[in-house]
Design a protein around this ligand. Structure first.
Ligand code: UD1
Ligand code: CA
Length: 496
């Protein structure tokens, strides 16, 4: 079934949100990596409306500029001094083209779990039933604080009464107003003109539109939904956390249904804009944030936080913090790695334990396996960077670049004093402090020569076990008198 595009969606976001007790406007608080109003905009956009307006007032400039970042085409509507949801809606209509016709949706900027699907359903229900107004309602065990849906004896919706204006009898009603509606725009405009402020709060209530329309002989309907989370607004930080957890539960569940293994959903946080390929595995304690994408078959975690990071197919990222990084297919990262913005690791490359990278392009199959700081660097494919190498990129004034060529080899404990350029197929000896370029095929040795001083231990450390061991070995005419375990070099060994 295809539904007509609504003429407009109006998002009310002018309220102050005092119970957040925050310097940040309520609708800019975030869950699932998006602001509350960001969630409202994404849901609204799913209905493909001709216009989208957001009503602002509290911290107007801050909220308006954020909305501009989320959706540059949204209309910002300013609410004036008159209070209430009805006035807010009126201000939005004033900011939209006057020739608007058909269906207009009204939603809130602080109801983040409402989905686009629910709004699309609402439009369909509203239009199929030929209603002038349709309100999303829900049955709550505890309806305190909400507007109640008053129905006639025949079950049709008569109107909405606010908690503060309700009689004892009306307060016993458990069907509540979600605050989400579809209206025929002409009926809405006309009825808003008649809404007054003669109520307990002295506000212009949007809810009054329903009884006004009904009294004018129009059809008013309710669309009851079972998923109560979708109607829940954020008023304080307790609700913010509860809705954040539920949103996360939903995000996790939807990825699992799409073929992603999440070992421990309770400790896995996946923002709403993340994407994950099939057969990826997410291990406990992992956060995938922002616009992070994870390729098929990749394995992330445990205890890993990736922000706006791209992970290729089949890559493995363990106990890592990464921000604005790109990890190539089949690459391995971690444990205990810190990838800062501009890190690009090629296919099957490696960033190993206790390695920090920044603005570093590391080629296919290249390895930075141990204890290294790699900043402002280009490393060619197949190169190997020895343990404890430092890319000294900062001279106290400016940052400089280091280039390591293809299949080159940097020995352990080397300081590369940038700017420096090691060509393709070159070596740097362990322990070097490299300050000049190295040409193809060369080895650079930039360290003091070894000097052995005979008899030093006997003179300077007489009477110590060291001196005794030296004497014994000398007397036996050997270098080692005791037994010593053989050590076997393995793949993880630091290059010389
Ligand atoms: C409103 C409804 C109530 C419903 C409840 C659902 C009215 C009169 N009441 O009550 O029936 O059960 O929502 O949550 O509509 N806003 C503005 N400008 C204003 C006032 C509010 O933009 O002048 C925005 C707020 O930012 C918020 C939304 O409208 O996003 C709801 O406002 P709020 O004050 O929370 O309304 P409630 O009193 O909860
Ligand atoms: Ca509210």
């Amino acid at each position: 079934m295809t539904t007509a595009r609504p003429a407009a969606v109006i998002i009310l976001a002018a309220g102050e949100g005092t119970r957040m007790k925050s310097a940040t406007p309520k609708v800019l608080h975030r869950i699932g990596g998006r602001s509350l109003v960001g969630h409202a905009i994404v849901a609204a956009r799913a209905t493909n409306p001709h216009h989208l307006a957001v009503v602002v007032r509290h911290e107007r400039d801050l909220v308006a500029s954020h909305i501009g970042e989320v959706d540059a085409t949204a209309t910002i509507a300013d609410q004036d001094d008159v209070k209430g949801t009805g006035r807010a809606t009126e201000c939005a209509l004033d900011a939209l083209p006057t020739e608007l016709s058909g269906t207009v949706l009204v939603t809130y900027g602080d109801v983040p779990l409402l989905t686009g699907e629910t709004l699309v359903d609402l439009v369909a229900r509203h239009e199929e039933s030929g209603s002038a107004a349709t309100v999303i309602t829900a049955h709550l065990a505890d309806p305190q604080g909400y507007g109640r849906i008053v129905r006639d004896a025949d079950g049709s919706v008569a109107g909405i009464v606010e908690q503060k204006d309700a009689t004892e009898e009306q307060r016993a009603i458990t069907e509540i107003n979600s605050g989400i509606y579809a209206f025929d725009v002409e009926v809405l405009r006309e009825a808003l003109g008649q809404v007054g402020t003669d109520n307990a709060q002295g506000e212009k209530y949007l809810t009054d539109v329903l009884s006004i329309a009904r009294d004018a002989g129009k059809r008013v309907s309710a669309h009851v939904i079972d998923d109560l989370w979708q109607t829940e607004g954020v008023n304080d930080r307790v609700q913010l956390a509860a809705l954040g957890r539920e949103l996360n539960r939903r995000n996790n569940e939807s990825w699992m249904r799409d073929g992603v293994t999440i070992v421990d959903p309770a400790t896995t946080w996946i923002d709403s804009d993340v994407s994950i390929g099939r057969d990826a595995t997410i291990l406990p304690g992992t956060q995938l944030l922002g616009a992070t994408s994870v390729g098929a078959g990749a394995r992330i975690g445990p205890d890993t936080t990736l922000t706006d990071t791209e992970v290729g197919e089949g890559a493995e990222v363990k106990r890592t913090e990464a921000n604005l990084a790109k990890i190539g297919p089949g690459a391995t990262v971690g444990p205990y790695s810190y990838l800062r913005p501009g890190t690009v690791l090629g296919a099957k490359g490696k960033i190993g334990g206790f390695v920090e990278t920044k603005n570093a392009v590391i080629g296919d199959g290249a390895k930075v396996p141990h204890l290294t700081y790699c900043g402002d660097a280009t490393i060619g494919e197949g190169a190997n960077i020895g343990a404890g190498t430092i890319f000294a990129n900062y001279d106290g004034v400016a940052k400089h670049h280091t280039t390591i060529g293809r299949h080159s080899f940097v020995g352990s404990d080397t300081v590369l004093v940038a700017p420096v350029d090691v060509a393709d197929g070159a070596y740097v000896a362990a322990g070097s402090a490299l300050t000049g370029d190295v040409e193809p095929g060369q080895i650079a040795v930039a360290r003091g020569r070894q000097r052995n001083v005979d008899g030093w231990v006997a003179r300077a450390r007489a009477g110590t076990p060291t001196a005794a061991a030296a004497a014994a070995a000398t007397e036996a005419g050997t270098r080692h008198t005791g037994s010593s375990a053989d050590s076997t070099a393995d793949e993880g060994e630091a290059p010389a």
